[in-house]
Design a protein around this ligand. Sequence first.
Ligand code: UDP
Length: 319
Amino acid sequence: MARVLITGAAGFLGSHLCDRFIKDGHEVIGMDNLITGDLKNIEHLFGLEAFSFAHHDVSKYVHVPGHLDYILHFASPASPIDYLKMPIQTLKVGSLGTHNLLGLAKAKSARLLVASTSEVYGDPLVHPQNESYWGNVNPVGPRGVYDEAKRFQEAITMAYHTYHGLETRIVRIFNTYGPRMRLNDGRALPAFMSQALRGEDITVFGDGSQTRSFCYVADLVEGITRLLFSDYVEPVNVGNPSEISIKDFAEEVVKLTGSNSQITFHPLPKDDPKQRKPDIARAKDILDWEPKMNRSEGLKITLDYFKSLPEFQTQTTSA
Ligand code: UDP
């Protein structure tokens, strides 16, 4: 049984990772400052002996009593709307937060896995994106605060590995979906599902020809777990290569919900990547990993989750 620190524990990905490591018999310390995370995502773990929670901002010095075997750094605002609202926190958690966790990992002789992102490829000029591609990022655009923090995170993580011999892992995460996504984070999937459930217009940005490739959260967690326990130090893409245009994706969601919502078109946000699809050859080769969940099944599970939220419960009044 290992002792694992997971930052961003109350977030979408962090909470699923907490579940996975608890299920696998490890002791988990969840850490979160709750600026975008929600304790509801992990409340079922409170009371378990193997789980504890620390309310802390990892951009400040991080203290964890006792030994640690693994650290997974998943704390960060992670949607374009969040970066616009919290640009400085986004920069700090990816840079200062990562530095603090590298120092902690070094002090504890723990292995650190950092959550990087397909955003390091920016608006990519190579398609699909493989790990050797250096990217096309606008450092001063609205996404720059996230993209550059994550690029710095990769650089400092690699520097600690080469200079201090620290055991490090870097996962580049592509668009991921599933239960516990935040309803109002402005991302395409929660936006489309909540609009369809309310019978509102579906807001497709641009002409909807931009593409994304959506990975179900359980597949992502499996890939991350395999990477953590591998001995591979270079970045690894983990995502689902099944690519779809945002307009077709919106139509899939409307059809699935059976809603009468109409698709409407709105201005494309600045620097919105035109296409995105992971090349997962490296993950297949090194981790023997590939996604298993098909999108129609994954979307059904996610829709059931959104429908179960209080926001979508129909009011019943007793006579
Ligand atoms: N998008 C959209 N309508 C929305 C929210 C997002 O058309 O209400 C588009 C967005 O412009 C982007 C794609 O959907 O092209 C995916 O957006 P998301 O925020 O989910 O992720 P990211 O752009 O970071 O991949």
